[in-house]
Design a protein around this ligand. Structure first.
Ligand SMILES: *Cc1c(COP(=O)(O)O)cnc(C)c1O
Length: 426
């Protein structure tokens, strides 16, 4: 196959290639990226570079083409890219598991390496259901969550995504029916805490677990909430024999100003999912961590194994890069960088508050959000950001950014200007 010109590539892309949440053939022309380095994406059409305000959907925390991550990948490539994980093990996977256990909230001891965030949520749900089966309580098989969440696109995760923003309507009657409570308010409200407690108590006999994104709800609406609700959930789950799952796939690895958002509440969940930034945005890998209570419960059951084992489980290449990414993160003052970006976004996005059509502006850690009072005109908003030299990918009524932690002050300011421009024109 010869090299393709940009127009040829776009034509074939439109005809043959699915994009996320896309129709076939594609209706919106994507930008063609030729390479990426630092915080910049280089476009193939010769029009130059864009500062990446999205960190490739939360994942590229150290930026692109990072020498340390490149070296980790190259070194592992020369040893082995992959070997099966059934009956075999290797340094990268074991080192990664140990790093994750050491850095995650106290009590999470066991690590299941999955190949994507959605799969790690499937595994989390399977762990919880199987735990109660093993304990002779098979009726405990539903999940409780709050509205406004996003947990991935495979079956179980879809069933706990927000019923309106997600694809529930399309799949009603097919998806498992879960228990929903209203979305968590930004500030602590005792009446909402009471609703959470009451819902857990009322459904305790049928609930395997409560699953939520702690502190920041990502793709379900980019909403923030008081960490105090996590303590309410922890107490309610303990009181009524329900497991607690935190989906930290978006929030993990420092994004909210804590290594994991659970730390804002000093709560340990029974099961925790990580992904996205796990490999610094290099390769697809996620992980499901659990406590010894959950692992022991499963392992004492009639079927004393966790029956899950993807072909590419523990992929050495991804695991080696993940180890390097975590060591890079922990070896620097990441919190200062996240706080610096937080301050830059607060400054730069303040201007958006006065724009017509802007409903809310919010910043937490290295996350900035402008919410409009109408659906974003994707094309107009994206083009406005590109004119400012920035890549953004708005959705629904949201224009948002979560840049790599290595984004310098001038580029943070530029991203904020682009968000404002997108809000004005979108
Ligand atoms: C992205 C995301 C997922 C799904 O991860 P994939 O790797 O896209 O399957 C699940 N939960 C949360 C909170 C996410 O942000």
């Amino acid at each position: 196959m010869p090299e393709l010109t940009v127009p040829e590539l776009l034509e074939l892309d439109r005809r043959h290639v699915w994009h996320p949440y896309g129709p076939m053939p594609g209706r919106q022309e994507p930008l063609v990226v030729e390479s990426a380095s630092g915080v910049r994406l280089r476009l193939a059409d010769g029009s130059g570079e864009l500062v990446d305000g999205m960190a490739s959907w939360w994942s590229a925390i150290h930026g692109y083409n990072h020498p340390v991550l490149n070296e980790a990948a190259r070194g592992q490539l020369e040893r082995m890219s992959h070997v099966m994980f059934g009956g075999l093990t290797h340094g990268p996977a074991v080192r990664l598991a140990k790093l994750l256990v050491d850095m995650s909230p106290e009590g999470l001891e066991h690590v299941f390496l999955a190949d994507s965030g959605s799969v790690s949520v499937e595994v989390a749900v399977k762990m919880c259901l199987q735990y109660w089966r093993s304990l002779g309580r098979p009726r405990k098989q539903r999940l409780l969550t709050w509205r406004g969440g996003y947990h991935g696109d495979t079956w179980q995760p879809m069933s706990v995504c927000d019923p309106e923003g997600g694809m529930h309507e399309l799949w009603s009657g097919v998806l498992p029916r879960q228990v929903f409570v209203g979305p968590p308010p930004v500030a602590y409200e005792e009446s909402y805490a009471e609703q959470l407690r009451a819902a857990v108590e009322r459904h305790a006999d049928e609930l395997a677990a409560v699953i939520v994104e702690p502190v920041v709800q990502g793709a379900g609406g980019m909403r923030f909430h008081s960490p105090a609700y996590l303590r309410v959930l922890r107490e309610a789950c303990d009181a009524h024999d329900v497991l607690l799952v935190f989906d930290e796939i978006a929030t993990g690895f420092g994004r909210t100003g804590a290594l994991f958002a659970a730390e804002h509440a000093a709560v340990t969940p029974d099961v925790m999912c990580v992904g996205k930034a796990l490999t610094g945005g290099y390769l697809t890998m996620a992980a499901t961590l659990c406590t010894s209570r959950v692992a022991d419960g499963i392992s004492r059951g009639e079927v004393p194994v966790l029956a899950h084992g993807p072909t590419f489980m523990g992929n050495p290449l991804a695991a080696a890069v993940a180890c390097a990414s975590i060591e890079l993160l922990l070896g620097q003052d990441w919190l200062t960088e996240v706080k610096r970006i937080e301050a830059g976004l607060r400054d730069g996005l303040a201007a958006a508050s006065d724009l017509p059509g802007v409903e809310d502006v919010r910043v937490l850690g290295a996350i900035g959000v402008v919410q409009l009072d109408h659906a974003v005109d994707m094309k107009a908003a994206t083009e406005a950001a590109v004119r400012e030299g920035v890549w953004l990918r708005p959705f629904r009524d949201l224009i948002y950014t979560m840049p790599p932690y290595v984004t310098g002050d001038a580029d943070v300011a530029r991203i904020a200007r682009a968000v404002c421009a997108a809000a004005r024109e979108g």
